[in-house]
Design a protein around this ligand. Structure first.
Ligand SMILES: [Zn+2]
Length: 70
């Protein structure tokens, strides 16, 4: 049976590799997969979970703005 060959570009390092050669599809290597997963976790951690801003957040923003003015 002929092995399938599909050239794809790793979304992480932009390196070209054979899709069916990698155990970490759609990434070329475990490292790239881990990096992407790390980014994803970091991003989801930073994104507010749909909650409205708290009063203390406004205070913080206000203080930052005051710092800029002075
Ligand atoms: Zn890669």
């Amino acid at each position: 049976m002929k092995k399938k060959k599909v050239g794809v570009v790793c979304p992480q390092c932009k390196k070209k590799f054979n899709y069916y050669d990698s155990d970490f599809r759609p990434f070329c290597s475990e490292r790239c997969k881990q990096i992407d997963l790390g980014h994803w976790l970091e991003e989801s951690y930073n994104i507010p979970s749909g909650e409205p801003l708290q009063e203390e957040d406004f205070d913080k923003i206000e203080q930052e703005e005051l710092k800029k003015d002075s």
